[in-house]
Design a binder for this molecule. Structure first.
Ligand code: ACO
Length: 371
């Protein structure tokens, strides 16, 4: 039997120029730039441009992109009606997946896989997804959707449409940091899903819809929501150690810890941990920070495992005012940039992704009468 690479662990399936994850140095670069530098010095719109075009934008290029993005922030009326017709109990990731599907069905260029057409689609999804997240959260509170404001940057408008006001600059900046950190991470499960779908020469909306499905799972993006559920279950920092001992004895996976690639710590965590601290200081969230540290310490002592990005992002989103079920949709709104950069890269040098399997079912037999 040929060797099996369960979960494709350690298998290098292709090259990519979008980002580089280096587990030995705990580093992550987007198109060569360290992600911490991008988070500290760039707007999220600039990082999106970098992922799509390979270079940071000039002021004129950024202004042109911003104008196009602002023009596509509002959702088409038909889409709003479709989303409002979904059950109120629908998971926001289902709402988002539906929204992308509907936007595809309405796009007369859906099947045009040329680079320009796909860049236009990527920009439209980038512009529209915050409105879907905002509509979903507001509906949960019985509130009507708000029209986007084109006098605001991407992150400010995202927060305004969801929360009804633009929060303090520290909060905006911390939120934007999370978007930059979530934007891209090489061949993770959802990005690889988008590349598999693209490799069949299907359309960008189908690839993104499939990627949303992959990201929803708690072993991937769904972990940021699960972290919050864990924090609620533990309650306070002094319960963390006893809670963890019991959870590990029950063989539970502790959400927000561990990573397939980083075994010595997720390169994005220190930056997001700092952002969480800034939010906690403004929003009286020290109890969450204490719990964060207590559980991280206990997990390190018990299993030697480090937090991943979802661990600080969950409590940060909670303190900003997002409902837990929209945490993973926010991850989608950020990762749409990385996914669509990978879709373009896949199409530029496509080869159908179709691995092999080793059969372990019954040996060949003859069809006969049953009974
Ligand atoms: N809680 C408890 N034990 C864990 C955890 C965890 N979070 N993560 C890994 N382990 C243990 C496993 O049980 C296993 O132990 P064993 O060898 O005694 O059986 C060992 O560490 C290796 O773990 P694997 O699951 O084999 O590692 P893998 O690389 O396949 O998994 C994964 C990585 C899926 C992220 C895993 O660490 C996990 O389930 N974490 C929780 C979910 C999570 O936080 N996901 C977010 C990922 S990052 C992101 O999407 C931004």
């Amino acid at each position: 039997m040929s060797s099996i690479h369960k979960g494709l662990a350690g298998v290098v399936v292709d090259t990519t120029g979008v980002s580089m994850v280096n587990p030995d140095t705990n580093s992550l670069t987007y198109r060569g730039y360290p992600v911490q530098d991008l988070a500290g010095k760039c707007r999220f719109e600039e990082v999106a441009y970098l992922l799509w075009y390979g270079e940071l934008p000039t002021p004129a290029q950024l202004a042109a992109q911003n104008e196009a993005e602002r023009a596509h922030r509002a959702l088409p009326r038909d889409l709003v009606l479709t989303l409002l017709s979904l059950p109120e109990t629908a998971h926001p990731m289902d709402t988002l997946r539906t929204a992308v599907s509907v936007l595809g069905a309405h796009d007369p260029h859906e099947d045009d896989n040329g680079p320009e057409a796909n860049r236009a689609k990527a920009l439209r999804l980038f512009a529209a997804l915050p409105a879907v997240v905002a509509l979903t959260q507001r509906r949960r509170h019985g509130l009507l959707p708000l029209a986007p404001r084109d006098d605001l940057g991407y992150a400010e408008n995202f927060l305004y449409m969801t929360l009804g006001e633009v929060p303090e600059p520290v909060i905006v900046r911390a939120f934007e940091t999370s978007l930059v950190l979530y934007a891209e991470h090489s061949f993770n499960a959802s990005t690889f899903t988008s590349r598999v779908v693209t490799s069949t020469l299907s359309d960008l909306y189908s690839a993104v819809t499939a990627a949303i499905g992959a990201l929803k799972g708690p072993l991937h993006g769904g972990a940021n929501e699960a972290v919050m559920a864990t924090f609620e279950e533990i309650g306070t920092a002094d319960n963390a150690e006893a809670w963890l001992t019991k959870a590990l004895a029950e063989k539970r996976k502790i959400m927000g810890f561990g990573h397939r690639v980083y075994k010595k710590g997720d390169s994005r965590v220190p930056t997001m941990r700092l952002a969480l601290q800034e939010i906690a200081e403004l929003r009286a969230g020290h109890h969450l920070l204490d719990l964060y540290e207590a559980l991280a310490r206990a997990m390190h002592d018990a299993k030697g495992l480090h937090p991943n990005l979802d661990y600080p992002a969950g409590p940060a989103y909670h303190l900003i005012g997002f409902d837990t079920p929209v945490f993973t949709p926010i991850f989608v709104a950020a990762r749409i940039t990385g996914w669509t950069a990978h879709i373009a890269e896949q199409l530029a040098d496509n080869s159908l992704i179709r691995p092999s399997s080793a059969y372990n079912g019954p040996t060949e037999r003859v069809v006969g009468l049953v009974g």
